[in-house]
Write a protein that binds this ligand. Structure first.
Ligand SMILES: [Zn+2]
Length: 151
């Protein structure tokens, strides 16, 4: 039912019950900004063009705003023109996928593998080499610039 070959395996990976998370809802509310909370914990979507990370072009790592797990490398970021930070590939074992049938369409939802926080969706119209477009909410991410290598 989906053109994303990987999604079947991803759906199984998400079989865990999200309520088993260590952080309670109240803890998330205290820890996150209201905007981060709406995206990460309530599957919200930021307004296109609103994330400062859209124009983040330094080398570094984009991590989960909920638990700081590294999710994407700047190496895989590209300009999609959608108004959301876009990547063609996540870091290994960083994200999970699940089917999202809201809004009357079938999309593949992407979430942080560690804290389960909602990050965005993946579509199959991305650039090479993967052909995937991970369309992320910038407010679900925090950027850590690569530190200049010490001598
Ligand atoms: Zn996380």
């Amino acid at each position: 039912m989906t053109s994303l070959r990987e999604s079947r395996e991803g759906a199984e990976a998400l079989a865990e019950d999200p309520s088993q998370e260590s952080e309670t809802d109240a803890e998330w509310r205290a820890q996150l900004t209201p905007q981060q909370y709406e995206i990460l914990r309530q599957q919200g979507t930021e307004r296109p063009g609103s994330s400062p990370l859209l124009n983040e072009h330094r080398k570094g790592i984009f991590a989960c705003a909920g638990c700081d797990l590294p999710l994407f490398s700047s190496e895989t970021k590209f300009e999609s023109g959608t108004g959301w930070p876009s990547f063609y590939q996540p870091l290994e074992n960083a994200v999970g996928k699940t089917e999202d049938r809201t809004l009357g369409m079938l999309r593949t939802e992407i979430h942080c593998r560690r804290c389960g926080g909602h990050l965005g969706h993946v579509f199959d119209d991305g650039p090479k080499p993967t052909g995937l477009r991970y369309c992320m909410d910038g407010f679900a991410l925090v950027f850590h610039p690569a530190t200049p290598s010490a001598t």
